[in-house]
Design a protein around this ligand. Structure first.
Ligand SMILES: [Zn+2]
Ligand SMILES: [Zn+2]
Length: 300
């Protein structure tokens, strides 16, 4: 006689996953998370450390790792994520506020192996060739050469900044595009092309020009910040939003704000005004912070 008992194996797998505490990893491989396009939180942004968390159903990434291991863990905890389950880090450039936490993250024995993607210039500038890898890997990438991590297609593009070979990153999955653009002195046409079509745009709004000019920084540092290889001002963001910006984003997150030479409300107001002047929705503007993660954006 044929065995008519129902197949309980899926249920057994679920119970095992729940009992082992690995329910999140289990769900990642299931239909539940496959329906999600992107989950994004800027964990910290500014000269004291940058990291942005981006997840899909099958990939969990950081853009930059400029936060120390304890702070990184706490910020990920705060949005319900686990530092032990990261798949990759996309490194924009070698400045310590972007790469300072990477050595510790790769060395950590409590996390799964991670792939850290960066240009050869960033490898040299950060000394990543000497990092203890503990099973992780440093993977060289180049501007204009796309690659994939899990189900995310990543397009690195060159930006003008005072580092050896700096990049911005555009990430695509399920028809949604997420772009992070910080640490650049101006927005050339090639960068405009690379960020066109972004649904989420994380954009540097580093300083207010008057606050920087009048402030106490030495003149050489002021010149560097304002140069074409420095950082984007609020005014530069306004010009971009008033001109070449395609008006597509549903979320515009202003990032890498200077604590000395900017004020969050000035940055927000300038961006909002530029959007309103074009008849675009100004409520898409939000701010990243140096001290706390942003509330996760979920799309798809
Ligand atoms: Zn920076
Ligand atoms: Zn920098």
């Amino acid at each position: 006689m044929a065995d008519r008992s129902p197949d309980l194996s899926p249920l057994v797998e679920i119970l095992k996953a729940l009992r082992s505490g690995k329910w999140r990893q289990f769900l990642r491989g299931s239909f539940v998370f496959d329906t999600m396009s992107f989950r994004i939180s800027v964990l910290g942004s500014g000269s004291r450390g940058n990291a942005t968390f981006v997840a899909t159903g099958r990939a969990r990434l950081l853009i930059d790792c400029g936060l120390g291991p304890r702070v990184l863990r706490r910020r990920l905890d705060a949005i319900g994520e686990d530092a032990a389950h990261l798949d990759a880090v996309l490194v924009t450039h070698e400045h310590a506020d972007h790469v300072g936490g990477l050595r510790g993250l790769l060395k950590s024995r409590s996390s799964a192996p991670i792939e850290a993607y960066m240009t050869r210039g960033t490898m040299e500038g950060s000394g990543a060739g000497d990092f203890a890898l503990n099973g992780s890997a440093i993977v060289p990438v180049a501007s204009g050469c796309s690659f994939t991590v899990g189900d995310v297609e990543i397009e690195p593009f060159a930006v003008p900044h005072d580092a050896r070979e700096p990049l911005g990153f555009a990430l695509r999955h399920n028809g949604v595009k997420v772009t992070q653009l910080t640490d650049l002195g101006w927005i050339p046409d090639g960068v405009c092309d690379a960020i066109r079509g972004s649904d989420v745009l994380i954009l540097e709004s580093n300083h207010d020009l008057d606050m920087l000019r009048m402030g106490g920084y030495p003149w050489s540092l002021k010149e560097r910040l304002m140069s074409r290889h420095g950082h984007l001002s609020n005014a530069a963001v306004s010009q971009f939003l008033a001109g070449p910006y395609d008006g597509r984003a549903s979320h515009l997150v202003l990032a890498h704000l200077s604590s000395q030479n900017n004020h969050p409300e000035i940055a927000r107001q300038e961006a909002r005004q530029a959007l309103e002047a074009r008849g675009l929705d100004a409520s898409i503007v939000s701010l990243a912070s140096q001290d706390a993660p942003t509330y996760p954006i979920e799309l798809g």
